[in-house]
Write a protein that binds this ligand. Sequence first.
Ligand code: SAM
Length: 254
Amino acid sequence: MSNKYSAKKRFGQNFLQDHSVIERIINAFVPKENDTIYEIGPGQAALSNHLVEYCNHVQLVEIDDDLVPALKAQFATKPNVTILHQDALELELTEPNCRIIGNLPYNVSTPLLIRFLYQSENISDMLFMLQKEVVKRICAEVGTKAYGRLSVMLQYAFDCEELFIVKPESFHPQPKVDSQIVRLVKKQEIPIVDLQKMESLVKQAFGQRRKTIKNNLKGILTDDDFEKLAIDPKLRPESITIEEYVNITNLISD
Ligand code: SAM
């Protein structure tokens, strides 16, 4: 079906065609027999075909009504595969230690990542293909231009590692931008914080990147609070570490 099917822009469909890239992704993920694996957006099964050979529990989460029948037919004889015909944004992970993989639809990649952050209790690790620029933001270090909401929120719970770049020619249709693989492994120790409060605080902190943290958090933190937290109020939001964002959230939650 691959080239006859007309890809849907609204579902971010760019199908992987390059076998060497598919192999590199699978090798980087290292699927194991007893893993509980969720693949987000299997599409035409470029990655799924390999996952089902290695693993006893593979769930394929696909939203597109036109792709699901072909997936069901293809994997009808594979008892280790479950096809979940649904929006991944509504996925509930109920088992522990889930492993998630996906060449993510770029139009919903940020909300998907945030959704998984909220379910990190049941996640062991994730490997995603994303727009290169998004991977840079996820993995950015404090003090750099790319460091922002996505870096703080995801690095709070996961060790994030950027892997190889994938060029547009590896897909059909070709996306306009480079893609990159990113690995997120849940941290052993995650500091306790009200995640919703931290998410809204970080959003406000990065509201105006050129202003100081004091300015962006006006009405939330007093001069005394900055002193208690040992944070220089004149710093810009990209100079505040994740630990400091956790401390700020915990202070305002008290
Ligand atoms: N995994 C395939 C590959 O690598 O060739 C397809 C990747 S394509 C970039 C993204 C896939 O995600 C498509 O199959 C698309 O239909 C599916 N998709 C888009 N939005 C989705 C959503 N909200 N929930 C589940 N699947 C979604």
